[in-house]
Design a protein around this ligand. Structure first.
Ligand code: PFF
Length: 454
């Protein structure tokens, strides 16, 4: 088999991993959860969960990937060939594939909204007059998302874009894309932040977001913060194992995990500093900021009330598209790497085998908002079912199993070997990380699983 691909530079390692971590989880899940769970208190808990739990579990995945130098299933086969631990990896691969089916649809919407922002179509509604802006954008959303053909067209465009990047390979496709797009993402975030922070009354939104009210912390808020931390770091999806199998042997895993976590946190905070001041300033904070509505109704309404709506809207949807594209590429790479390593496929064949079925599966998910909206399984549309089964059930199970494997069954000294680059670095973090992976993480993630199931 050909040499295992690697990222070419330190910056590429960080940009690709951060690109995966920063996704819709930061842009729409985080503000929605923050608003629903008491603002700043939730933010603090989220930060604590990222450091206490997210980074150690991330390090477990990094060690597996870099030490095993294989796909998410192959690493377990290499390290523990005599036991069926590879099933843990298989669960991650399954989760990643199910997620990509519906995430691609949402990524398609962001492209659709970008096109509509540039063409000005989205802002015809402004002519409808202030009072009816919300109604106008709500009906725009059902028009865009609920149509059968248009969203499928944009989803297909996103699948095609992903295929283009993935065919480019690890260095010339994924790494190059991330190196270019991540700086773009940060520049747009800062620009939008500067604009919303100067809106009249923005300070109150900032206060809600940044000054904590500890009475708001309840067990359920803790569980939500934990879930958000794991999702936003792309844990349990096989992504981190796959990407770290491309890390050079000199990559410092602990430092990389801290940088990735901090950058992902920074993005969540900047997004909060854009959204909360803006909704407060226009008095739109009395409604729940639910994921899709927040991004596709509330924010367009905010932009419509500002001068130059098409400009801000275009910038925002470029931001969302960048976040979605670098995340979909990372999640698709899990299957591509698996097909290459397990079935010895050439990259081109592996990319097409992964991506072509999405033209059917993602279309079915997209139709959940159109003709198939009344087709339900256990009361869920296809889209919602995939979302629920992956986020609420498979991801927590695969994360718990991963911790149990790394904590109790991986070869002795494996984690410390990876964290210290085979003894070259002094790694003082091995013990606390091991303690968290063995005891704390499985118990806390089990709490998420239980609370999701009841
Ligand atoms: N960390 C990513 C996010 O916050 O959106 C998680 C993710 C979801 C990555 C879906 C990739 C993906 F396709």
């Amino acid at each position: 088999m050909s040499e295992k691909s690697q990222f070419g530079t330190k910056l590429g390692v960080i940009a690709a991993t951060v690109g995966s971590a920063i996704g819709l989880g930061n842009v729409w899940r985080f503000p929605a959860e923050t608003q629903a769970n008491g603002g700043a208190a939730f933010l603090l808990l989220y930060v604590a969960c990222v450091f206490l739990l997210g980074i150690p579990v991330m390090l477990a995945e990094f060690s597996l990937g870099r030490g095993g130098r294989s796909d998410a299933i192959g690493v377990f086969k290499k390290l523990s060939p005599e036991r069926p631990w590879w099933l843990v990896g298989a669960l991650g691969v399954l989760a990643s594939y199910l997620i990509i089916c519906f995430y691609m649809v949402v990524a398609g919407w962001t492209l659709e909204y970008l096109v509509e922002s540039i063409s000005g179509g989205l802002y015809d509604a402004v002519d409808a007059g202030e009072e009816s802006l919300r109604a106008a954008f709500t009906s725009k959303m059902s028009e865009y998302v609920g149509d059968d053909l248009r969203p499928i067209f944009f989803t297909y465009a996103l699948i095609a874009l992903n295929i283009g990047v993935l065919l480019g390979g690890v260095q010339k496709g994924i790494e190059k894309l991330s190196n270019v797009l991540m700086p773009v993402l940060f520049v747009i975030l800062v620009a939008l932040c500067c604009v919303t922070l100067t809106l009249p009354g923005a300070g109150e939104g900032v206060r809600f977001f940044l000054s904590p009210d500890f009475t708001k912390i309840t067990p359920s808020v803790v569980v939500q913060a934990l879930g958000q931390a794991l999702f936003s770091l792309s844990i349990g999806m096989g992504i981190l194992i796959t990407y770290s199998s491309y890390y050079p042997s000199t990559t410092k895993l602990t430092r990389t995990s801290v940088i990735v976590a901090l950058l992902s946190l920074l993005v969540a905070i900047l997004v909060g500093l854009i959204i909360f001041p803006a909704v407060k300033s226009f008095g739109l904070d009395n409604e729940p900021l639910r994921g899709a509505t927040l991004v596709f109704v509330t924010l367009p309404e905010v932009f419509a009330r500002m001068p130059l709506p098409a400009l801000w809207s275009t910038l925002f949807f470029v931001l969302l598209l960048v976040a979605a594209l670098t995340s979909t590429v990372s999640i698709a790479e899990v299957s591509v790497a698996m097909l290459q390593d397990r079935f010895k496929m050439r990259r081109r064949k592996a990319v097409l085998t992964t991506m072509l079925p999405l033209f059917v599966f993602s279309a079915l998910c997209s139709l959940s908002f159109g003709s198939l909206s009344s087709f339900t399984i256990f009361g869920y549309t296809i889209f919602d079912l995939l979302d629920m089964v992956t986020s609420d059930i498979i991801l927590p199970i695969s994360s718990i199993a991963l911790c149990i494997y790394m904590g109790w069954f991986a070869p002795k000294g494996f984690l410390s070997g990876e964290l210290s680059n085979k003894g070259e670095l002094h790694s003082r973090w091995t013990r606390p990380v091991m303690f968290i992976i063995r005891y704390l993480a499985p118990i806390l993630i089990a709490m998420i699983l239980i609370s999701n199931c009841i």
